[in-house]
Design a protein around this ligand. Structure first.
Ligand code: ATP
Ligand code: MG
Length: 253
């Protein structure tokens, strides 16, 4: 369970979050929507304790993480796995080494166990043939898959955090990644590994998520399911999700 209680964060005069409140279960499939610079990535960074709020509390499984030390935060971070916005593979390492990195760094597994896990993940994500390629030899979609494999490798997270997992990809590849995100979160609550996908690509969000949170000017303007999202009266949100009316509900207007 994640809970933000009156969370505020500013960078200088730039108020990013202003008394933000929300609760989420680990098994939920959530999309956080918002325009560029509205604080979507910041929310993920707050969940992981990578930044601390100026005010307010953030509870993960009932524990206030705003008070924790770096070493205590490690246990909290183990509950999540994040795919960063930039994909951020290590350029000097091949696919195998990228995916194995956290296992080598944070576990004492022998190499044969690590190799088994890496190959298992690459298979699952359909990139087993790329095992010895360097990041520069991969397409954007493959890089995203490797980034997802790498984030899954270290631990068995309770929740995945995807920061713009499909941004910058062609529609087919983006669709592929959406399918992957869905596949990784099958099963029934409460055991299902849920996710938070942060994105401004509303059609991709609509393919994967069940709950939609729209943030603007540091606050949650909307929180609900797809049906009510499309019925929103908020003019700016309506134009933000404009594509949804064409793609999924021609009679929605
Ligand atoms: N380390 C930082 N120092 C100063 N300002 C920052 C820092 N990190 C983020 N910001 C500012 O905070 C605001 C929110 O940034 P954030 O990255 O969360 O936005 P975002 O919604 O993820 O945007 P995008 O869709 O472009 O990724 C922006 O105005 C950004 O300039
Ligand atoms: Mg961002």
């Amino acid at each position: 369970m994640i809970e933000f209680r009156d969370v505020s964060l500013s960078y200088g005069y730039n108020v990013v979050l202003d008394k933000l409140n929300f609760k989420a279960q680990f098994h939920e499939k959530i999309a956080i929507l918002g325009a560029s610079g509205e604080g979507k990535t910041t929310i993920l960074r707050l969940i992981l304790g990578l930044v601390r709020p100026d005010e307010g509390k953030i509870f993960i499984d009932g524990q206030d993480i705003t008070e924790l030390s770096e070493s205590e935060l490690r246990d909290v971070r183990m509950k999540f796995s994040i795919v960063f916005q930039e994909g951020a593979l290590f350029d000097s390492m091949n696919v195998y080494e990228n995916v194995a990195f956290c296992l080598r760094e944070y576990t004492r597994y022998p190499e044969d166990k690590i190799e088994k896990r890496v190959r298992e993940l690459l298979n699952r994500l359909g990139i087993e043939d790329a095992v010895y390629l360097m990041p520069e030899e991969l397409s954007g979609g493959m890089q995203r898959r490797v980034a997802i494999a790498r984030s899954l490798a270290g631990c068995d997270p309770e929740m995945m955090l995807y920061d713009e997992a499909t941004t910058g990809l062609d529609p087919l590849t983006a669709d592929n990644i959406c399918n992957l995100i869905k596949e990784l979160s099958t099963g029934e609550p409460p055991d299902r590994m849920g996710f938070i996908i942060v994105t401004h690509k509303v059609t991709d969000a609509a393919k994967v998520a069940g709950r939609f949170i729209y943030i603007r000017k540091g606050n949650i303007i909307f929180d609900g399911d797809l049906v009510s999202l499309k019925k929103t009266e908020d003019a700016e949100l309506r134009s933000f999700i404009n594509e949804l009316y064409f793609e999924y509900n021609e009679t929605g207007r």
